[in-house]
Design a protein around this ligand. Structure first.
Ligand code: AP5
Ligand code: MG
Length: 220
């Protein structure tokens, strides 16, 4: 399909609507296949929780579900990717980045091997987001019904109390969908034209989605 190859040192991009399972599948690929995922949203939430000056500037934007300025996120992602490459992380996932044409063009110099687009209905995603819980550190994700922790309300990995994300309110979810349709759909077309896009049915079980994503990445 694509002329790009998922060789060590290259990157797989995950694109999909809010709650489509990008983070969940990235976490599975980290655990089972030794990938390293860089989540754009998680990097930003980290800045917010640490109370850095960047964090203070973007808190309102992120919690309302709007996009932060392109230069800022491009810079953060490039920096984190360089750090991870230096640490020897060979296969990297960009979860939720790029999500505008401006961001895609600003990273055109970096070799992307595959772009996976998570396809799922809005109805399904709303159900997923309403039951989503994250650990106290914000790194592990659960669902009250579909992916429950072993002990209710407690993270299996770090024992912290589970909570809801600040942008999982009905208003912010609606806004995130709007942004996805307006800003991110054109990015899908951008990669489709470059013959790098793998559309994956993300409405089945996490295990089934995981297998489809793995196959998409391997075929690149
Ligand atoms: P971000 O954190 O990336 O949020 P998002 O794109 O809205 O996506 P989510 O993290 O909500 O969903 P997900 O696809 O990871 O689903 P998950 O695996 O958790 O970004 C947040 C904000 O940061 C943005 O709104 C913006 O403000 C800013 N930002 C981020 N990137 C930016 C960028 N590039 N430029 C500018 N600003 C940026 O799954 C959801 C739930 O479903 C979970 O409960 C999970 O357990 C469950 N689940 C997962 N898979 C399945 C399945 N197959 N079946 C049943 N349940 C499932
Ligand atoms: Mg996520």
């Amino acid at each position: 399909m694509a002329s790009h190859t998922m060789v060590p040192g290259t990157i797989a991009v995950f694109i999909g609507p809010p709650g489509s399972g990008k983070g969940t599948i990235a976490e599975m690929l980290e655990k089972k296949e030794g990938f390293h995922a860089i989540s754009a949203g998680e990097l930003l939430r980290e800045e917010i929780s640490k109370g850095t000056s960047i964090g203070k500037d973007i808190k309102d934007t992120v919690e309302k579900g709007k996009l932060v300025p392109p230069l800022l996120i491009v810079e953060l992602m490039k920096m984190e990717t360089a750090i991870m490459h230096k640490k020897g992380k060979k296969r990297i996932i960009w979860d939720g980045f790029p999500r505008s044409l401006e961001q895609a063009r600003a990273t055109a110099d970096i070799k992307v091997a595959a772009v996976v687009c998570f396809e799922v209905s809005e109805e399904e995603v709303v159900q997923r987001l309403s039951g989503r819980r994250v650990c106290g550190k914000g790194t592990h994700t659960y669902h009250t019904e579909f992916l429950p922790p072993q002990k209710p309300g407690i993270c299996d990995h770090d024992g912290t109390r589970l909570r809801q994300r600040e942008d999982d309110t009905p208003g912010a979810i609606r806004q995130r969908f709007r942004v996805y349709e307006d800003e991110t759909r054109p990015v899908i077309e951008y990669y489709r034209k470059k013959k790098m896009l793998h559309a994956v049915n993300a409405s089945s079980t996490p295990e089934e989605v995981y297998e489809s994503v793995k196959k998409a990445i391997r075929s690149s």
